[in-house]
Design a protein around this ligand. Structure first.
Ligand code: THU
Length: 161
């Protein structure tokens, strides 16, 4: 028996204005994207923004449904939109920001498991890591270098032959 320790690098910034220019701009787009979230059931509004290698920014926000499971998270709205509009264009980074009408979100919102899996599909496909920037409404911002870092042992197309 062998034990493997899995570790990854997580950058933690005290505030938004500590981010480098390109990341700062992307997070501002994610914050702006929250405004059009449709979240009447949870009151939890999430915005996501993708930076593509062609310079485009693609945004998404959560879209809820009276039949709860029929809604979709901000991150998947964004990555599926990028896949639909710019197929084959590399996604460099995704920024996520969350707010709530019920309380002040002061810790970074990390993508749910389904979104990690969906983003991972594009990372595997493009053979280039997708950086991830996460924040709540105020306070700390976290950054990791690859979606794979937060989805270790991912299920990928390598199993499907
Ligand atoms: N949500 C996201 O949009 N992204 C996440 O990573 C976590 C959760 C949304 C889904 C739902 O509309 C609301 O937040 C509460 O779960």
């Amino acid at each position: 028996m062998k034990i493997h320790n899995v570790a990854f690098e997580l950058e933690v910034y005290d505030a938004l204005d500590e981010l480098h220019d390109a990341d700062h701009k992307l997070m501002l787009k994610a914050i702006a994207a929250r405004k059009n979230a449709y979240a009447p059931y949870s009151n939890f509004q999430v915005g996501a923004a993708l930076r593509l290698e062609n310079g485009e920014v693609v945004i998404g926000n959560n879209q809820e449904n009276a039949c709860y499971p029929s809604g979709l998270c901000a991150e998947r709205v964004a990555v599926f939109q990028a896949g639909a509009k710019y197929p084959g264009v590399v996604i460099e980074a995704i920024a996520i920001s969350a707010t709530s009408l019920n309380y002040q979100v002061n810790t970074p919102a990390a993508p749910c498991g389904n979104c990690r899996q969906s983003i991972s599909e594009y990372e595997v496909k493009q053979k280039q890591p997708i950086q991830l920037l996460m924040m709540g409404e105020i306070g700390t911002v976290m950054k990791c270098n690859s979606i794979g870092d937060i989805l270790p042992l991912a299920f990928t197309n390598s199993f499907l032959k």
